[in-house]
Design a binder for this molecule. Sequence first.
Ligand SMILES: [Zn+2]
Length: 283
Amino acid sequence: MVYTPSKEEMDEFVMTGKGIEAIEDSLADLSLKLYSARKIRNDAKSNEESFFSRAKNRAELDEIILDAKQETKAFLGVNVYEEPVTKVVGLSDKILFLPRAIYSSLKSTIEKRKVNGKLIYGIDNGYDAYHKVIRFNPSNKAEAFSEYAHEYDHYLQDFFKLVKPIWRWNNFSFLEGHARCVELNVSLDKTEKMDNPAFAVYSLERFLGEMKSAYKHYSRKMGRGIKEILLRISCPNDNYEAKLVYDLDEPSDYASGAAFFTAKEAEMGKSVYTDVLLGKKIV
Ligand SMILES: [Zn+2]
């Protein structure tokens, strides 16, 4: 198996002056991007043909999937000789999928939630490393692109042997942080190519909700003052993240992992995402 750092090593790296400053810079920069993306989304939503409408059919969705695959591989500068199967799932598929999910070696399909004091696992869209299948059900075309880039990055992690065969051995914070940051980078690159900042709106919302949570958590652990202005933008996952920190005293694996890779990207540049796929030790 390819080396990946432990959660402790990742946390330690974030909780350096440089690490937390990189998170502050990212929050400031991406908040501005999200404000302008939301303005455009609100205008475009009423337009049936806009990329905030659902794909008309599987063929249209397949085009987006192919595009997301190519953009993700181009961003990382990698190639693969085998591609995963993609299944577009409805709710009933997700329920049927439940027993098999136990075998999935990747927790992107299995999400930790604490309900009435018990830790339970819920099934969501995701990459299933056991069957080499990407399952997803995007609500619109812009979201489909970002979501697919994320799940496809998990496939690449598996292809390059970062995913361990027994799911409990995996460092999910590392895997989710990598996927979240690759998804965001690819989506932002796409906005440039399309000359439309709204295309990355969903990716920005997820990322910023998580990054605010990580920023508060790590600042508190470090005994460091928080810049409230960086937390002003509201995101759909704010409550989910706040509940996790309240229940488990840590942000989601997505949040801590994205914080780590944001700090690492500031230090090493965007090659860090490829470096780890190729097994380079980065902490
Ligand atoms: Zn994931």
